[in-house]
Design a protein around this ligand. Structure first.
Ligand SMILES: [Fe+2]
Length: 139
């Protein structure tokens, strides 16, 4: 998938914010294609995957650090849904413009993983997000 194939926002930007139940979020995500991985993002571990630790994350695309997954599947669309809010801020960078979003409970972001990069700043603390990776089915 090249940039711009998943322009989901009303302004043509390749991301949207959502609000509602985790159910509604999951059904929205499923509509994008094939699920690749679903996980919880929070401060659970002292070492290992950054999505499970209380550390800032520099701008990246999901799959950059998960080669075991990205070798087998395209992570085309990423969805983050906030189960428990916290101080951490999610940053989305698109064409050198950075948007910062502090997710509240029930809020989410869905973005084109190829068109934008994303980062995290601030303490994760008690914040827990539900994260879904989707692959767009081409045929
Ligand atoms: Fe990420």
């Amino acid at each position: 998938m090249s940039e711009g194939n998943v322009c989901v926002g009303t302004q043509g930007q390749p991301w949207i914010t959502t609000s509602g139940s985790a159910d509604a979020f999951l059904l929205n995500m499923l509509s994008w294609g094939r699920p690749v991985e679903t996980s919880l993002v929070g401060a659970f571990d002292k070492s290992g995957r950054g999505s499970r630790r209380d550390i800032p994350l520099p701008f990246h695309r999901d799959g950059d650090y998960s080669k075991d997954v990205s070798a087998k599947h395209n992570i085309d669309v990423v969805g983050l849904h906030c189960l428990k809010p916290g101080k951490a801020v999610t940053l989305i960078k698109y064409r050198d413009k950075v948007h910062s979003i502090r997710l509240q409970k029930g809020q989410g972001i869905i973005f084109d993983n190829k068109a934008v990069t994303h980062a995290r700043e601030g303490d994760v603390g008690d914040r827990v997000l539900l994260r879904v990776w989707m692959e767009i089915i081409k045929d």
